[in-house]
Design a protein around this ligand. Sequence first.
Ligand code: ZN
Length: 339
Amino acid sequence: MSELVDVIAGRRFEREPAIPCPLCGEWNEPRVIKARYGMLASVAECLPCRLAYQTPRPSDEASQAYMNMRWSSGDSYVADAGAKLTQARKNAQIVREAVPEARTLLDFGAGSGAFVLAAREAGFDAVGVERSEAARARARASYGLELLEAMPEDTHYDVVTLWDVIEHLRDPVALLKWLRSRMAPGGVIVLETGNYENWKRLAQGDTWGLYLLDHQFYFTPASLKMVARKAGFAEFRLTRRGRRIPAPMPAQPSHRDLLTHSLYDRAMKDWPKHGDINVMIALAKVPAAAAVTASRPSIAGAGQGLEIVGGKRKARGLERILQLFRRGGADDRSGDAGA
Ligand SMILES: [Zn+2]
């Protein structure tokens, strides 16, 4: 395990010591996966927490070298300003519908700034914080936008957004706690991240596109909710955005079609509320002391495309859910002629 070495732009980086599950402290055996961009991910699953995480982790230096490589690479993920803005505008609409009254917004880990721009278009008084110099330079070049290097002092925001950020953090509970302290009572945090419990991961196995060197966590709705709750947020909800369903079964289905549909059906049977969501957009609130008596969730849109996750999970048998969670899909692809 400790002989795992990350090679980034010709430099070699040792991994950190192995870690137990950051939520419950249990030790779980990791599996090394060939991630994108020729990198490695070493992923362990904690079944009771329904959380997957990297152990041993890449070093902080490796993560920084990786992010610099990505931001200066000019690949489509970072370079396509038009596509990023289109997606950001959709996301801004989701946030606007969820919090129609909110005014101030902080985008934490703003990347190239597309969401800050879209949020301003949607009527928010929005700022973005981004620690990568390369990303801030790209925001300037792409949108003429000045992102902040650090959080402004003494400002409390109505909304804080983290798009594709939380899975990169080494201590998400601590960071969310700190962000909560910079939010107004009743403020809403928006967390977007991949969903480990979705049929695409089962179908794609180790080729799932979200296995990345710098993804420290692979959340499920349950573990993401746990993190939000530990950080002091309440009223966790998952939007119904980011759903993907397989193409309709053709008249002459291939082995791959049959496999895809069976994995989809299996995921939807075990996780009917989110088995079809590949990328989650979750919302949670800073509890407002005065609103304790309110039984009705005060996030507008609840019940219209938003749903409460967890709490009401049918007791299907924990074992069964855990078994399906564990099945990564690698075994399932053994008979897959296509891949
Ligand atoms: Zn755990």
